[in-house]
Each structure stands twice: as structure tokens, then as C-alpha cells.
Write a protein that binds this ligand. Structure first.
Ligand code: AGP
Length: 614
């Protein structure tokens, strides 16, 4: 998820673009850059790090005044966050410059084609390929709009592209597929951007572009076509948000926005990681198949929500690979003198990649000669840098302190790891793996279905504003979901919340049950080892003692109805993948209850987004 701005008009393009990037910095802050069209050439600068680094560079070496330009703040997906990988990227003749948000799934094949054609790439990014292809078409006589149309018809994946041509200062051309792009219609000036926050100080008249569209803006005109060049149009609307609301895409909290971004985040985290037959390809893994075949134990280490993702992963990885899988709190890990060998794979899960406890854990693991694989959302952060291998989640920046899309995409990455190990070690047939990949592919729409029913959960949260204690019960892969639901409530609503394995209740915790105590019960799919029936027995036990049962169960599971005071339906899914859907109502509940209680949902008391101290 990156920030993109393009401008053509009468003002200073550098000033409009850089200020627009500042409004979008929450979308990505690994690096930033601008490219301007000036007297038949492209001029610009780009720097790793926050936008302030680019500001400093531009102040030291000012760019010439011009009225056409593009800019980008990056959230890295392919290639470390450094100056070379920063956007904009240019063609070899510096005739064309491009900025990009998204993931080009087939960039490796396109890169090979260009290199066979004598092109040399200077960066590790997928984006640079588009600059070379655009420039090759423009140098071949196509105008920038036609070149963009030709390019987009060759790309697979999710992308917003914005480009300029040094020989055509009057226009900026952009295109989108599965990634946001909006046009700002001004007086004698026009804008393109990832979202309206970039230009609402100049104009509130916007045009939202649809799937597979190309837009050409000049100072006085906006022209929209399909990828095949046929005339089209976007959706005109007036923006009535203030800047703060615009940064949150109209949501009240970044956290709520991030909950609703989860379908896209899951889709992006799956992009490019399997072929059309469902065969997995984890190019960035940087571990050989023979190393993976030698793994005889897996230890997952993490903290907080990431730890709960690891607990879910254990069920899937052990079932698919038959490799023993331990899950350890990072801050306990090295003090218990763990048994680690060269054939132990330590998997460190961390959204920020900077959690000190987890970093110390992997340093200990590497001292014991174990291989370390990081699952991380922050490209180039310390934990993946100090690991042997990495699987990046593609959730985009997670601003809310309480992790939601981070957790969701950690689950996706853990499932991909488990399936990849099963593929490499032949513990699952190709068609079995493909079946799970197909189900993962359907998860964005399942999650969307939960989000579409958010009002039921919101009403429940409002009815429980006075609750002093809430319990969460789950079994099997639903047990870590119960723990995560309780953590969300603790860290946002500041009330007592506790997650239990449902089978544990009768061994003590059931003494906690009081009249009308709210208890979330996450019910596994019917049909697995009587797990479902035992969960219903547990619900009956607590209800008989006065609990208010809030049952999270699959569509069509009628057996739960007599015991549910509140019934929240989730889409059917397989046992191991159910956490992807079951966690969504718990996230919505915690977010809404905290909002009702008047808390700062994005920055809860006493907490930090990244705990960089032990
Ligand atoms: C989750 O909502 C919390 N913000 C916290 O538990 C977090 O998951 C934990 O600190 C680990 O952070 P990391 O994923 O960045 O390593």
C-alpha cells in the first residue's frame, strides 16, 4: 500500500506533489520520490526513509520550476527500502518515469523478456519493469496513453500506475487494476492520487476510476478509457470529508479502516505465491528445498497477537507436514534453554519486524545454528534482516496499535509456509494443496461477508457498554482465536477479558461464570472428531449457569441455535482456515465497544505499535 500523486496545472508541481505525498505518508514511509517534466527532460529525486529525507534532499538541491510531475511514498513489497528501489522508476533513456502501488504478479517473466532484449535493471522492484516497457513503447512512437494501455494489457496482479513522458509535458497518464486511483478535477489543473487526501486542499471534485481503466489528465481535460483504448468514464463525486477523515478513507479510526482492508490485504498476500494450478512458489523464501526437507522441528516464536497467529499455524503446519511444531512466547523462549539444532526451523512472526523480545529470540536461535524464517509486514526491518529467510505479508502499513490486518495476513503467510513445506516434502498431494489454495482464494469474499454484517456486532457491542468482564471460548484452531479476541478487548476497551480452551472450563474457570456474563463461543465446523458436539456441551454448561452466550458459528449449523443468546454467523470454511473468518466479528466487537466507551482506539493507553524494549 503506497502513496501516489500526479499533477498537471499551473502551480509548482514539486510543491503540489510533495505536499500531496505528505498527506499520504500513512500509506507507506519506507522511501519517497518525485519526478517532474522540465524542458524535454525528467528531473527528480528519491530517498529511502521518511518523506523528511526527500524534503532535505530537495532543499539542498532544488529542482527546476515546472508544472507537471508525479510522486510516491513507498511501502516496500519487492526489494529493500533503499534509494535505488525507491520510486519513481525510469526507463533506460530516462524518457519515462513511473510510480506504482500494488504487486505485478508476472514481473519476473517480463523482466526476463526485457533482459533478453538487452535491458539492464538497476533495482530489485517489480515497478522498474513497467518503466522499461512504457519507455520502449513511447520510443517506438506510441503516445504515453497508448503505451499505458498496451502495458496494462500485459500485466497480471494488482497495480496503480502513474507515468510521465519527458517529451509530453502536458499530460500525466495513470491506470488501475485491483488498487485505488482517484482523479481530482480542478480549475486549470488536475490531479491523480491513491486517495483524495492528496488533493482535497486544492479541489473536492473527484472522479473515482473503475477496474481496468486508464486516465489521461492535462491541465484542462480528463480522459478515461478501458485498457483496450475504448472510451469510458469514472464516477464523479464531491468529497465532503475533512483531511483527517480522508486519511482514514472516511472511517473514524485507522483500526476500523484496517479491519475493512482485510479482504484486500489477504488478496495481496496471496498474489504471486501460487501458479494457476495451485502449486506454491515462495520466491523470496531464500531457503533451498533440501534445507526445508531436512527440517525436523519447527519452533514459532512471537509476542501478543503474532503469538496467537503462531498458535493457529501450529494446527495447520502439523496437520499438513507432520513436523513437530512448538509455539513459544519470544520473551520466554531463550530463557527456557530450548533444544535447537541445525535442523530446527525457527519461525519469527512480527508485524513491525522490530519487537525486541522476538529479535532477541532469533539471535539466540541463530547462535544455536538453527535456521530462522521471518514472517513480517515491514520490508527491510530488523527481524527479517537478521533472518535466513522471509515471507513478507502484504497488509500495507498498519497504523492502529491493535493488530488486525497484520494478524490476518500472518495467518495467510503461516498457511502458505505450511502448504509449501507439505509440497516440498510430499506430505500432501498436489491436488490437496490446490484445494486449500482455492479456499484461501475465496477468503477475501468470506471476510467481506462478515464486514457487510458488521452492524449486528456493533449493536451487540453497544448493548455491552457496561460489561466488566467478557470471556472467549474456542476449541482446536478456534482456541487461539478466543485468545486473540480477548486481547483485542483488553487492549482497546480496558476491561477484563480472558480466552480459554473450551475444554478447560470445567477444570476451574467455569467458577467465573456469573448471571448474564457475556461469553463468546467460537464453534468449530461440524464433523471433526466430535469437536463440534463437545463445544455445544460446553455452551450448554455455561448457559445453565447464567452466562449470556454469544455464539460464533457457521452458516447452516442449526445445532447451536437453542443455546445461543446471540448468534453471529460466519461463512462455512474448513477447520484449519476457520480462524480467518471467526476473528473478524471479535475485531469489530472490540473496536466498537472501545469507541462506545470513548477510548482512543488507534492509540490505546499504555501501548505502543512496536515494543522495541525487552
Ligand atoms: C496486538 O494487537 C498488539 N499490538 C501486540 O500484541 C503485538 O501483536 C505484539 O506486540 C507483537 O508485535 P509485532 O507483531 O510487531 O512483533
Amino acid at each position: 500500500m503506497c502513496g501516489i500523486v500526479g499533477y498537471v496545472g499551473e502551480k509548482s508541481a514539486e510543491q503540489v506533489v510533495v505536499e500531496g505525498l505528505r498527506r499520504l505518508e500513512y500509506r507507506g514511509y519506507d522511501s519517497a520520490g518525485v519526478a517532474l517534466v522540465h524542458e524535454g527532460a525528467i528531473v527528480g529525486d528519491k530517498r529511502a526513509g521518511k518523506l523528511a529525507n526527500l524534503d532535505k534532499a530537495l532543499a539542498e538541491t532544488p529542482l527546476p520550476a515546472t508544472t507537471t510531475g508525479i510522486g510516491h511514498t513507498r511501502w516496500a513489497t519487492h526489494g529493500a527500502p533503499n534509494d535505488v528501489n525507491a520510486h519513481p522508476h525510469r526507463g533506460p533513456e530516462s524518457r519515462v518515469a513511473v510510480v506504482h502501488n500494488g504487486i505485478i504478479e508476472n514481473f519476473v517473466a517480463l523482466r526476463k523478456e526485457l533482459e533478453q532484449d538487452g535491458h539492464t535493471m538497476v533495482s530489485e522492484t517489480d515497478t522498474e519493469v513497467t518503466a522499461h516497457l512504457l519507455e520502449r513503447a513511447v520510443l517506438g512512437g506510441a503516445d504515453l496513453t497508448s503505451a499505458m494501455q498496451q502495458l496494462c494489457s500485459r500485466l497480471d496482479g494488482a497495480f496503480t500506475l502513474v507515468a510521465v513522458d519527458a517529451a509530453d509535458p502536458a499530460r500525466v497518464v495513470a491506470a488501475r487494476r485491483n488498487s485505488p486511483l482517484v482523479v481530482g478535477r480542478g480549475e486549470g489543473e488536475n490531479f491523480v492520487a491513491s486517495d483524495v487526501a492528496a488533493f482535497i486542499e486544492h479541489t473536492r471534485d473527484a472522479v473515482e476510476l473503475g477496474q481496468d481503466q486508464v486516465v489521461t489528465i492535462t491541465a484542462d481535460d480528463i480522459t478515461v478509457t478501458d485498457f483496450d483504448g475504448s472510451p469510458s468514464k469514472g464516477l464523479e463525486y464531491h468529497v465532503d470529508w475533512d483531511l483527517s477523515a480522508a486519511e482514514k478513507d472516511g472511517f473514524d479510526w485507522f483500526m476500523r479502516k484496517e479491519i475493512f482492508e482485510q479482504p484486500r490485504a489477504v488478496r495481496d498476500s496471496l498474489l504471486g505465491r501460487h501458479d494457476d494450478n495451485g502449486r506454491l512458489q515462495l520466491d523470496e523464501l531464500r531457503m533451498s528445498e533440501s534445507e526445508l526437507r531436512n527440517v525436523d522441528k519447527i519452533v514459532i516464536t512471537a509476542c501478543g497477537t503474532a503469538f496467537y497467529a503462531g498458535l493457529v499455524a501450529k494446527y495447520a503446519i502439523e496437520h499438513w507436514t507432520r513436523i513437530p511444531c512448538e509455539v513459544e512466547l519470544a520473551h520466554e523462549f531463550r530463557y527456557r534453554d530450548p533444544i535447537l539444532t541445525r535442523d530446527t526451523l525457527v519461525v519469527a512472526i512480527s508485524q513491525s519486524g522490530e519487537t525486541a523480545d522476538t529479535l532477541m529470540a532469533i539471535r539466540h536461535a541463530r547462535e544455536q545454528r538453527s535456521k530462522v524464517l521471518a514472517i513480517c509486514n515491514t520490508n527491510g526491518s530488523t527481524i527479517p534482516r537478521e533472518s535466513d529467510a522471509v515471507i513478507y505479508t502484504h497488509a500495507g502499513p498498519e497504523i492502529g496499535v491493535a493488530s488486525t490486518k497484520g494478524f490476518m495476513t500472518q495467518l495467510i503467510a503461516c498457511y502458505l509456509l505450511g502448504l509449501y513445506l507439505a509440497q516440498v516434502r510430499d506430505t500432501k498431494y498436489a491436488e490437496e494443496i490446490a484445494t486449500v489454495v482455492d479456499e484461501l482464494q475465496s477468503m477475501p469474499e468470506n471476510i467481506q461477508q462478515m464486514l457487510d454484517n458488521a452492524d449486528q456486532v456493533y449493536d451487540l457491542a453497544r448493548s455491552l457498554e457496561g460489561a466488566r468482564s467478557v470471556l472467549f471460548l474456542g476449541r482446536h484452531a478456534g482456541f487461539p482465536v478466543a485468545l486473540e479476541g480477548a486481547l483485542k478487548l483488553k487492549e482497546l476497551a480496558y476491561i477484563h477479558a480472558e480466552g480459554f480452551a473450551a475444554g478447560e472450563l470445567k477444570h476451574g474457570p467455569i467458577a467465573l461464570i456469573e448471571q448474564d456474563m457475556p461469553v463468546f463461543c467460537i464453534v468449530p465446523p461440524p464433523g471433526r472428531d466430535f469437536l463440534h458436539d463437545k463445544m455445544i456441551s460446553g455452551i450448554q454448561e455455561i448457559r445453565a449457569r447464567g452466562a449470556r452466550t454469544i455464539v460464533v458459528a457457521e452458516e447452516g449449523d442449526d445445532a447451536v441455535e437453542p443455546y445461543a443468546d446471540v448468534l453471529i454467523r460466519i461463512p462455512r470454511s474448513s477447520t484449519l482456515l476457520q480462524p480467518l473468518a471467526a476473528v473478524v466479528p471479535l475485531q469489530l466487537f472490540a473496536c466498537e465497544l472501545a469507541t462506545v466507551k470513548g477510548h482512543d482506539v488507534d492509540q490505546p493507553r499504555n501501548l505502543a505499535k512496536s515494543v522495541t524494549v525487552e
